[in-house]
Design a protein around this ligand. Structure first.
Ligand code: C2E
Ligand code: MG
Ligand code: MG
Ligand code: MG
Length: 289
């Protein structure tokens, strides 16, 4: 019943603002060259605890720093990479950069969990878990500080090998997160069988859920399901104070979105942390009224 509700009520995906109006398309060779030339840059978006405002971790969001076209967003090249057999090389680059960065943060005294988005195509061969294990060990990042995010809509069809790899990674103590929850239709059995640690409610059911009964039903139901299954809950797409207050009222664990911070280069994080601390106080963001 929950599944049916989610599919029918899923709102259209919001179009985000982009620098240029016309979207260029990039082909396989162009993306391959970009990976090799080191033009992929990791941005990081904070995930904060709703009760205290404390920074719990960051999500890695890859950008292509194109020499002529400027910053290219993942929706313009991840699909291309998947189609042209480049996604393993791409994910490996993103993981290497994320773990190296996590190491630097660790050395500066920040104990952050670092999340990386994983494509279902990465989970096609058992080699993937070896890559993740090896890269984590090389940077001396403990597995329980690493979160692998898998989009719910990709968890459909015949996913036995993928589930096997996820299960093995979980046994090695890596944390697993189900992303964009509500936009796919994973079965309840799958949610029970795969040991996800975290559930991210899709931004389409978070932003403005405080003023829409329809969105609110899906938000509440997703939150309740995650809590029943002992998963940590994250709301994505927290864009305004109303969204933030809803999370506080409903006991969502973590928040992520432009209201808190947009994705940023690693070197801006410490400056943002100071700003955020100030905002927590001046805007009474975690005050127990
Ligand atoms: P996602 O994993 O669900 O990431 C959240 C997306 O929402 C990001 O878009 C983020 O910039 C955006 N976002 C964050 N806060 C807000 C907000 O308050 N409002 C709105 N409207 N949007 C917000 P981005 O960076 O363009 O990434 C899009 C998708 O591309 C990601 O969705 C993820 O599925 C995929 N992706 C990003 N990096 C990677 C990667 O390294 N590997 C793979 N395989 N996929 C990636
Ligand atoms: Mg994600
Ligand atoms: Mg998401
Ligand atoms: Mg998404």
């Amino acid at each position: 019943a929950l599944e049916a509700l989610m599919i029918k009520l899923a709102p259209p995906v919001q179009q985000r603002e982009r620098a240029s109006g016309v979207k260029k398309t990039y082909d396989g060779p162009a993306v391959e060259a970009a990976i090799e030339a080191g033009e992929l840059v990791n941005y990081y978006q904070p995930k904060v605890r709703v009760d205290t405002g404390a920074l719990a971790g960051v999500e890695t969001l890859v950008r292509w720093q194109h020499p002529e076209d400027g910053i290219i967003y993942p929706d313009q090249f991840i699909g291309v990479a998947e189609k042209h057999g480049l996604i393993n090389a791409l994910t490996q680059k993103v993981l290497e950069q994320a773990f190296a960065q996590a190491r630097l943060w660790q050395q500066s005294g920040y104990e952050l969990k670092v999340a990386v988005n994983v494509s279902m195509d990465n989970l096609a061969s058992l080699d993937f878990q070896d890559v993740v294990v090896r890269l984590a060990a090389k940077s001396a990042i403990p597995p329980n500080k690493i979160v692998l995010e898998i989009t719910e809509s990709q968890l459909m069809g015949d996913v036995r090998v993928s589930l096997e790899i996820l299960t093995r990674l979980r046994l090695k103590r890596f944390h697993l997160s189900i992303d964009d929850f509500g936009t796919g239709h994973s079965s309840l059995a799958q949610l029970r069988d795969i040991p996800f640690d975290e559930l991210k409610i899709d931004q389409g059911f978070v932003h403005r859920a405080w003023e829409s009964e329809t969105l609110r039903v899906i938000y509440d139901t997703s939150l309740a399901l995650a809590k029943q299954l002992n998963m940590e809950t994250v709301a994505e797409g927290v864009e305004d104070r109303g969204d933030w207050e809803l999370l506080r009222q409903t006991g969502c664990d973590l928040a992520q979105g432009n209201f808190i911070a947009k994705p940023m280069p690693a070197d801006r994080l410490s400056h943002w942390m100071k700003e955020w601390q100030t905002r927590i106080e001046t805007e009474s963001l975690v005050a127990k009224d």
